[in-house]
Every structure is written in C-alpha cells, then in structure tokens.
Design a protein around this ligand. Structure first.
Ligand code: ZN
Length: 471
C-alpha cells in the first residue's frame, strides 16, 4: 500500500482544530504537522477544507431480519457500506440476532462471515441478548462472544413475547457485562405500555400509519430509560441507551449523568431533523417514517438538541434499517405489506449515508454545536464507548487512516436518486446542505474521490473490539 499526503487542511478532533498536513502510509497516519518537505505517492489538496476522522455509525441494521424473520431490511452489507462510505462513515457496527435454529454464538459467527464477504468499510457487531426462553445457556454464549470482540450487548425492554427481556434477565445481563467489561445497550421502551396502547388503538379502529406514534408514547420511553439506569446503577454497570427519541427520555439521562450514573444516550438524525408533522397526513405513505421509538412532534426536537449541547446525549447514530415503499422482486414484503394497519409495518428508516451531512447542516451550520463537538458525537465518543479508541475516532499519529476531507462550502442537495442506499425514498429528500465529504479514506485507501467510488466487496475488516473507554 502506498502513501498519501493530505495537504493544506484544518484537522478537527474532538478536543481541538489545528492547521496540519496529514501523512498516511500503510493504512495509518504516520505524521501530522506542517510538513513542507513531505512527499507521497498521492497528494490530496485540502486547502480551505477540514480533515475529520471517518464517521463511526454504531447502530445499523443491514440485511437484517425482523418480525420473526418474515422480512429483512433492503440494504445488504455491500450496498449499505457503500452508502455509508459516500456519506463519510468509515465504520459501522451492526447487530446479530439469534437465528431460530442456531445458538446466539453460531448466529454471530455466521453473520460475521456474511458481512466480511461484502463490507467495503470496517465493521463490528453487537450481540442481541435473546429472552431466556429462546436459549437456555445464552450466558455461556455471551461469555464466549466477549472474547471474540463483541464488547457490547443489546437488551430489548420492548416487544414482549418476541425480544423483550424481563427485569430479572436484564439485571443478570448487566452484572455479567460488568464482569466481562462489556457495554450493555438497551432499547428503552416499556413494551407492556406500548402493547396496551396498540391494543386500544386497534380496538377503536385507529390503525392508520400515523397512529404508530400514538402507540409509542413519550412516557413509555422515559419510564424504560429511567428503569434501565436504576437497574444498571444497582449493579454498578454502565449502560448505553440506543435511539433516544423523546426529550423527556433525554432529560432522564441528563439527570442521571449529573448524579454520576454511567449512562450514555444516542439519538439519530431522524429525531433531530424530521418530525411527526412531516408524515402525519401522508396516509399509507407514512409507513416510510415508521420506526421505533417514533419520529416525534417538531416541538420535541429542541429538547434533543439541548441534550446534545449539554452532554445529556453523547452520540448520534442512524439506526439505519431501510425498507422500500415499492416492492422489489428480490426482497420479502417491505413497507407497504399491510396498508392502513400500522402494527404490521416493518419498523425502520434509512439514513446511514445522510448522518454527517444532516447533522452538520442542522447542528453545526445553525450554531447549535461546534465542529469539535460534531466530531465527538460522530466518531470519537462512539469509538471510545465501543472499544475502538485510539485506533479509530481521531486523527492522530498511529491511528487508522480513516479520514474525511470535508468541504464546508460544498453546495449539495440530498435526493433519493442521488443516494446510494437501496431504499426508494429518502427522509431528507430535497434538503440543501453546505458541508459534505469530498474525499473518504478507509485505512489509507482512497475509497471515495469526489463522488467516484473505489472499493471491492470484502475489503472492510471485522473489528475485534476492546473494552469500552468510559471516561
Ligand atoms: Zn436499531
């Protein structure tokens, strides 16, 4: 592998921005500074632009089976990671769900192999802990997985009867996570409250797509977040709350953090830049916006931004789980498999390609967050929490050369047709952005060069992750 010199840019890390050239060799950053006499096989002019660490999206669902394996998300590990790369994300961490006829451990190894054959950027995998009745000896598998680089496990407090673990199993899992130095993650919604609300809506004939948001109230999310924190505190465990959508839930995390609890919250671009009002009147097509927890009222957004600025929330990931509106021949039934009946709509929205541009536009451009905070939310904090730091998540000598040349003056309109995700719609269609990655490097390889992509399936590596850096 050759060498590259990224010249003339401003390097932005979570703690500082400095004018520096970046010399890359054999996939690593080998020098940083004003190297007037440095030379390299390839020189990239970054004058007037920023050099950022590659984005790390710790929450994706590529070719991901849902609803009892009756359907799956549209992007596979190939198309999904190509889209990620175009948007400036050079690492994704996806999930492994136990397959019906396999143990969690075997399911993990199988999915790791599938992803390894297709991914164009580096990837990791979180293990999803199945309810006890689906696998008796699951604790043994979790122990083995901790040794295989799966340093994060996810628990569902939602979906009773299929994925929800009860508080007893959650406590047991949190204790084990402490023992193995694993970061527990929770999908925090009170599954019983959502199930009851859904039943009442069905009984009263209110099954149109927009009622999905009614079924998943703010209280059910805030309650589960609160409970997860109390349970984690009681056993001395850290806990990471995925996809925080409600400002009330973010406030629970903020209060707990100020008391000293080891809790981190993630939110997603769709909760920051899209609102219930955008889809409430769309009828069946509102299915395109259905995810859990739901995209909430516009008035909720400012509370999430506040939480990102105060540190109540610590990361922005996508929960990328795209389904198509029009039914493709090669995929199982997608978004419109049960028009007019929200409980059957596959949950999830696309966004792995849009994350950095949307948060730059709505966060940095508006002055809500500065560019160092942007890097922290998008790359550094995710790398620390998920055991990738200091190899990834920063621009520094010795770190992987996962780098973006970010043009703050680029004028770009996000469109469905211009996106690389497989979905046939885009939540941000028509959004004008003025910041985007013009060059994307993954371990020194020039993956995206002014929109031109160069990367074979399988070039991405599985990441054996270490213990979380909690501070
Ligand atoms: Zn998810």
């Amino acid at each position: 592998m050759g060498s590259t010199l990224i010249k003339g840019g401003t390097v932005v890390n979570a703690d500082a921005a400095i004018r520096a050239d970046v010399l890359v060799r054999d996939g690593l950053v080998v020098a940083l500074g004003l190297g007037d006499d440095w030379s390299a096989d390839e020189v990239v002019d970054a004058t007037g632009k920023l050099v950022l660490p590659g984005g790390i999206d710790v929450h994706t669902h590529l070719e991901y089976p849902i609803d009892g394996f009756t359907t799956r998300t549209a992007d596979d590990f190939h198309s999904g990671t190509i889209a990620a790369a175009h948007g400036g994300t050079t690492t994704v961490i996806d999930f492994v769900k136990k397959e019906p006829d396999k143990s969690l451990f075997d399911s993990y190894m199988r999915r790791r192999d599938v992803a390894a054959g297709k991914a164009v950027v580096d990837f990791g995998l979180h293990a999803i802990v199945p309810p006890r009745d689906q696998q008796e000896n699951v604790l043994d598998d979790l122990r083995r997985l901790a040794g295989e680089g799966a340093s994060s496990w996810k628990f569902f407090m939602a979906y009773p009867g299929t994925q929800m673990v009860d508080d007893g199993q959650l406590l047991e899992g949190l204790e084990l996570a402490v023992e193995y130095g694993v970061l527990p993650m929770v999908h925090a919604e009170n599954g019983h409250m959502v199930a009851r609300e859904t039943r009442l809506l069905i009984e009263s004939g209110r099954t149109a797509e927009n009622y999905h948001a009614t079924a998943h109230g703010h209280e059910s999310e805030a309650e589960a977040v609160h409970r997860a924190i109390v349970l984690a505190d009681s056993v001395g465990s850290p806990v990471y709350v995925v996809h925080v959508s409600s400002a009330a839930a973010a406030a629970e995390i903020g209060q707990a953090r100020s008391r000293g609890s080891l809790v981190w919250g993630e939110t997603c671009p769709q909760y920051l830049a899209v609102a219930y009002e955008d889809y409430a009147e769309l009828g069946e097509k509102a299915a395109a916006y259905i995810c859990s927890p739901p995209i909430r009222e516009r008035g909720n957004q400012e509370g999430l931004w506040q939480a990102l600025t105060t540190g109540a929330l610590s990361t922005v990931a996508t929960d990328h789980a795209g389904f198509c509106l029009e039914q493709p021949n090669d995929l199982p039934p997608q978004k419109l498999r049960s028009p007019g009946y929200f409980p059957k709509v596959p949950n999830g929205v696309p966004g792995v390609e849009d994350r950095l541009m949307v948060v730059w536009e709505t966060g940095v451009k508006t002055g809500r967050i500065d560019m160092c905070r942007f890097v922290d939310l998008m790359a550094t904090r995710p790398a620390k929490l998920f055991g990738l730091f200091p190899h990834k998540g920063l621009v520094a000598v010795g770190a992987d050369a996962d780098l973006l040349v970010w043009d703050t003056a680029a004028d770009h309109v996000i469109t469905t047709a211009g996106s690389h995700m497989r979905t046939d719609y885009n939540l941000y269609d028509g959004m004008r952005v003025t910041g985007r990655p013009v060059h994307v490097f993954s371990r020194g390889h020039h993956l995206v060069n002014d929109g031109a992509f160069d990367g074979k399936p399988g070039r991405g590596s599985f990441l054996t992750r270490g213990k979380p850096h909690l501070f």
